[in-house]
Design a protein around this ligand. Structure first.
Ligand SMILES: C[S@@+](CC[C@H](N)C(=O)[O-])C[C@H]1O[C@@H](n2cnc3c(N)ncnc32)[C@H](O)[C@@H]1O
Length: 273
């Protein structure tokens, strides 16, 4: 799998505003499962705008966020400085380059919704070699399938089906990605890890936030943060796409507010013995 530097072009500034946050209990779940005590080092691979890097940094001596997209890293550095988080640094590289980056050893290597973008088995083997004994890899993503949906605040759900149809109308029915088309990984994170020295992974769930209320601009930003609907794909029709999404949102919610249920946060965790 070779990296296409245009997959997220224009997406970085929409990312944090547009994506629902992970579970409030994610950090505590990782801390309990791995006995994190503020020492050791974290590598957050495919860190984007530093979502997990910044959430987890306080649990380590040092945290490194690694991502090939310069705009994502600039956003991550801006957010770190805004939050006064000083024990982080940023490395521009693809995860496939971990063995060449001389980054040292880590207690935890995370992939937040990013493992699927990599040559998974090759990258997992490189991570295995970069872990200290007892260290772990954690592939993290929100999961709705099979998870009980909680009661939420009294706002309509985001009209994803209708907005997806608008994306298709602008960009065609086959999901785009950079200069080509999106390809789904053939199987799950744990299936890929099982084919490496990590072997069988453990699956944990941290309960998703039941109370996320998003406005129309955040819904639009969520789409623009996706590689299959990134701003560059719309060319000079971006404003028109944005207007269509705003119209649909208005039809579904006169207040412009929506309840978002992103699911629980799934953690696929495997240890270095
Ligand atoms: C969906 S974002 C995830 C951001 C963040 N980790 C989170 O949890 O929200 C995926 C990120 O993976 C990065 N990415 C794509 N291909 C990659 C690769 N081969 N190695 C490392 N990161 C990659 C993209 O640049 C993007 O920032």
């Amino acid at each position: 799998m070779s990296y296409d530097p245009t997959i997220d072009r224009g997406a970085a500034r929409h990312y944090v505003y547009g994506r629902p946050p992970y579970s409030r209990e994610l950090v505590a779940t990782l801390r309990d499962a791995l006995g994190l005590d503020g020492s050791g080092r974290l590598l957050d691979a495919g860190c984007g705008p530093g979502v997990l890097t910044l959430e987890l940094a306080a649990n380590f001596d040092e945290a490194i966020g690694l991502d090939p997209d310069a705009d994502m890293l600039a956003e991550a550095a801006r957010r770190a400085s805004e939050a006064g988080i000083a024990n982080v640094r940023w490395v521009q590289a693809v995860a496939e380059e971990i063995p060449d980056c001389q980054l040292g050893h880590f207690r935890l290597v995370t992939f937040g919704q990013s493992f699927q973008w990599t040559a998974r088995e090759q990258v997992a083997e490189a991570v295995y070699d970069a872990l200290e004994p007892g260290g772990a890899i954690a592939c993290i993503a929100p999961t709705v399938a099979g998870r009980p949906k909680p009661e939420g605040p009294d706002y309509p759900p985001i009209p994803h089906d209708e907005i997806e149809r608008v994306v298709d109308r602008y960009l065609g029915p086959r999901k785009r990605s950079g200069q080509g088309y999106r390809t789904a990984p053939p199987d799950r994170y744990e299936d890929a890890l099982a084919r490496t020295r990590f072997g069988v992974a453990k699956i944990l769930f941290a309960p998703g936030r039941p109370d996320i209320v998003r406005d129309t601009e955040s819904v639009l930003a969520g789409y623009l943060s996706m590689s299959y609907a990134a701003p560059h794909l719309f060319g000079d029709r971006l404003d028109s796409f944005a207007a269509d999404v705003r119209d649909i949102c208005k039809e579904h919610s006169p207040s412009g507010l929506f309840w978002d249920w992103p699911g629980d946060t799934e953690i696929v965790l495997a240890r270095h013995p």
